[in-house]
Design a protein around this ligand. Structure first.
Ligand code: PLP
Length: 452
């Protein structure tokens, strides 16, 4: 930091402040973690200065021999760890990984026969008219993914994201009673909609998914199964999710971020079966430019960490701690979406406490507990105010918290929320944004969390 200080002291200050905040607060954001010093250090090396468009051994720049070593190692670790036939380590983030996967599915399933039909080897051999037909064919494809309020992700075909502009999209939700994934409803939607891509995976669904069943559904309608395991990749790597709950043997393509439960650097990965390898390999130049070689190096380090017995213990602890957190909430009368959890996250429904998710998130932050508001299924408060708060265990498990500490976390959260009231609006009705936290609660919570 002293080096940074000399160039832009405000960045050095902000960095110190961020470290202080992360140390002082209880980090319960389900998508965050604490990367190891080895991972953090690998991100800040001279690989950052190198251009290396292309793939391993096939670059558009000279002098990429060391980047080749890094990228090959990241891919090899990913293949071995997840048992994948092919791995692509270049995506800069989860959204990039999904874009690469979507375009590779389109290229594999739509472009290839069209090129062959026209006796063309590459897109440049096509006439303008044929190219136009092909562009239109891409725009006619369909994707079926989990609805946002049931826990799906924006990149799964929703309108504010480019995926919603690429595909005609339809969603499957969860059972209105149990809030659990209803595979019969997914099957019925797939039969009717006949998607090119069936997307499984989530950001805020607190349960495991049976990927064998999802593959059966995909096969029945001729869809490609793409699983986005961004949130639970650490539980797959740590062998907590195995058999039907492990997406990799069942999906044609599996995408992930590397920075959530996997505890690596910010970034993405695409895993695929051999048949999709060539089209995924064209991620650059399809949707990516020069790879972030320093980040691929850090991914290789994180994946090497994730191969260890220690990581398996960590992953099991993440799941055990989520269960302890959920049980702690239920024992104190709080309401949870689906009534519990069997992964790394808990979705608290705060509507019964008279609060919106936004009020709950803000009051918790005042008390040093960092969470994010989240929709619950069929949320009457919409995606901005919401009625839920999502809490995850990966980060605090990295800090060494066990089930007793997570029970105490549940107690602190309930203490804050039961001492928070919505502030009245001018008309006297309770508002959706402002809130009043009872005196003393924030100090009490911060003191208690400092002891944890
Ligand atoms: N996919 C899922 C399921 C996610 O939860 C997220 C991020 O929250 C992403 C993709 C996007 O990842 P990134 O923020 O790295 O682009």
């Amino acid at each position: 930091l002293s080096v940074i200080e000399q160039v832009e002291p405000r960045i050095a200050d902000a960095t110190r402040a961020e470290l202080a905040d992360q140390r002082a607060s209880l980090k319960l954001i389900a998508s965050e973690n604490y990367a190891s010093p080895a991972v953090l250090l690998t991100m800040g090396t001279w690989f950052s200065d190198k251009y290396a468009e292309g793939t391993v051994g096939h670059r558009f720049y000279a002098g990429c021999q060391n980047v080749d070593t890094v990228e090959a190692l990241a891919a090899e670790h990913a293949r071995e760890l997840f048992g994948a036939e092919y791995a692509y380590a270049q995506p800069h983030s989860g959204i990039d990984a999904n874009l690469v996967a979507f375009w590779s599915i389109l290229a594999h399933r739509v472009e290839t026969p069209t090129l062959a039909d026209h006796g063309a080897k590459t897109v440049y051999d096509l006439s303008e008219q044929d190219w136009e037909k092909l562009r239109r064919a891409f725009g006619e494809q369909r994707a079926l993914g989990m609805s946002l309020d049931a826990g799906g992700h924006l990149t799964h075909g929703f309108r504010p994201n480019i995926s919603g502009k690429m595909f005609h999209q339809r969603s499957y939700g969860t059972d209105p009673e149990t809030q659990l994934l209803d595979y019969d409803a997914v099957r019925a939607a797939a039969r009717e909609f006949k998607p090119l891509v069936l997307i499984a995976g989530y950001s805020a669904y607190p349960r495991r998914v049976n990927f064998a069943t999802m593959r059966e559904i995909a096969d029945e309608v001729g869809a490609t199964l793409m699983v986005d395991m961004a949130h639970f990749a650490g539980l797959v790597a740590g062998k907590v999710f195995t058999g039907d709950e492990d997406p990799v043997p069942h999906a044609h393509l599996t995408t992930t971020t590397t920075h959530k439960s996997l505890r690596g650097p910010r970034g993405g990965l695409v895993l695929a079966t051999k048949e999709y390898a060539d089209s995924v390999d064209r991620g650059c130049p399809m949707v990516l430019g020069g790879p972030l070689s320093h980040m691929m190096a850090a991914k290789a380090v994180a994946l090497a960490e994730a191969r260890t017995a220690e990581f398996q213990t960590y992953a099991q602890n993440v799941a055990d701690n989520a269960k302890a957190l959920a049980d702690g909430f239920l024992r104190r009368g709080a309401k949870l979406v689906t009534g519990g959890t069997d992964n790394h996250l808990v979705l608290l429904d705060v509507s019964g406490m008279g609060l919106t998710g936004r009020q709950a998130e803000s009051a918790l932050l005042d008390a040093g507990i960092v969470t994010n508001r989240n929709s619950v299924p069929s949320d009457p408060n919409g995606a901005w105010y919401t009625s839920g708060v999502r809490l995850g265990t990966p980060a605090l498990t990295s800090r060494g918290f066990g089930t007793a500490e997570f029970d105490r976390v549940a107690e602190l959260v309930v203490d804050v929320l039961t001492n928070t009231q919505p502030a009245a609006t001018k008309s006297g009705a309770p508002g959706k944004a402002k809130y009043v936290l009872a005196d003393g609660v924030a100090d009490r919570t911060k003191a208690a969390s400092g002891e944890l």
